[in-house]
Design a binder for this molecule. Structure first.
Ligand code: ADP
Ligand code: SF4
Ligand code: MG
Length: 319
């Protein structure tokens, strides 16, 4: 096992109240495994992603839980120890590559710097930078370009090249293709997959369950700060257990059928004051149909149970 997250809870302490953004989330990622976190906007996916390097932005605080990476407790490391891991053993790629690129400096210098910061000699780093550009299918002359001279897709390739510099053990990719058109998106997904082939595990975030289904080994479904279902892709697609997962899958357009797409009615809740019991109950079609669930789903928090090996769900229907 590469990464183990146990009972992670993260709150944002805002002036308008405490946002319970992530609550009691547990999961694991194995070596060379691609795990995708899916769920609507605001469900806590990015907050979990940032927590993996103890980088939850203020006013966010990790209030409970453990993050064990290769036996090391990430939350117990000093800033220097984290800096050593970041970019070398764990890399991050974001939706907007400009958040990690300096607009005023040449691409080549920025790639080289990431490596020299971790102690690589300048000549070696320069050669490695050229090799990395080839790996992400960009010509070497891009070294002397500035970020604004590249397209969004090319900038994302640069961000991935930087992330690849040290053959990281884990790549955290937070909606890396959301801002790109479909063809470029596919090329970026190919690049991430090539990293996996070289031995990197992938923590991938997307709001698009069909994109997750294409490449992942496992899918984690988040709803309103809770991990409601976790399992192998086949388990999630062939036997989705949680009503929210079922709704997400029903909302995917199917090219081959005339079936109408069903949007999920209602809105995600305000996490300053999440619904009691199961956070999904106000929108859950099963709860709304079955009278015997009243007084259960709306007042008791469902526990997470393992239905078959590796397939977890948090829903009263499976007690
Ligand atoms: N800096 C912040 N301050 C206050 N609340 C935040 C902050 N960042 C995120 N949140 C809240 O935390 C919850 C989870 O957000 P986020 O992790 O960004 O979700 P996702 O990535 O799934 O869209 C949301 O309710 C969001 O409004
Ligand atoms: S616990 Fe109840 S409300 Fe929540 S998803 Fe399951 S059936 Fe629906
Ligand atoms: Mg996000």
């Amino acid at each position: 096992m590469l990464l183990e997250v146990k009972n992670l809870s993260i709150y944002y302490y805002t002036l308008a109240g405490t946002v319970r953004a992530v609550e009691n989330v547990s999961f694991t990622i194995d070596k060379k495994e691609w795990v995708s976190f899916v769920g609507e906007s605001g469900s806590g996916k990015s907050t979990v992603a940032y927590a993996l390097l103890n980088l939850v932005p203020s006013p966010g605080k990790i209030v409970n839980g453990e993050i064990i990476f290769e036996g090391k407790n990430i939350l117990g490391l000093t800033k220097d120890e984290l800096r050593e891991i970041r970019g070398k053993e764990i890399s991050m790629v974001f939706q907007d590559p400009m958040t990690s690129l300096d607009p005023l400096r040449k691409i080549g210098d920025q790639i080289v710097e990431v490596m020299t910061e971790h102690g690589m000699e300048k000549d070696e780093a320069y050669n490695r930078a050229k090799e990395l550009l080839r790996k992400v299918n960009l010509p070497e002359d891009r070294m002397s370009y500035y970020p604004h001279q590249l397209s969004g897709g090319q900038r994302q390739r640069i961000a991935i090249a930087i992330a690849m510099a040290f053959n990281p053990k884990l790549l955290i990719a937070d909606e890396p293709t959301t801002a790109l058109d479909v063809i470029v998106q596919d090329a970026i997904m190919d690049l991430i997959e090539s990293l996996k082939k070289e031995g990197t595990s992938i923590f991938f975030v997307t709001h698009d369950i069909s994109l997750a289904a294409e490449r992942s080994d496992k899918i984690a479904v988040m709803y309103a700060g809770k991990l409601v279902e976790f399992g192998k892709v086949e388990q999630i697609l062939e036997n989705p257990l949680h009503p929210y997962t079922q709704s997400l899958l029903a909302s995917v357009p199917d090219l081959w059928s005339e079936k109408e797409i069903k949007a999920i009615p209602g809105y995600p809740p305000d996490l300053r004051n999440p619904p009691s019991g199961c956070r999904f109950h106000p929108r859950c079609p099963v709860f709304n149909e079955k009278a015997n669930l009243k007084g259960v789903c709306d007042s008791i928090e469902p526990e997470t149970i393992e239905i078959e090996k590796g397939h977890f769900v948090s829903c009263h229907l499976y007690r």
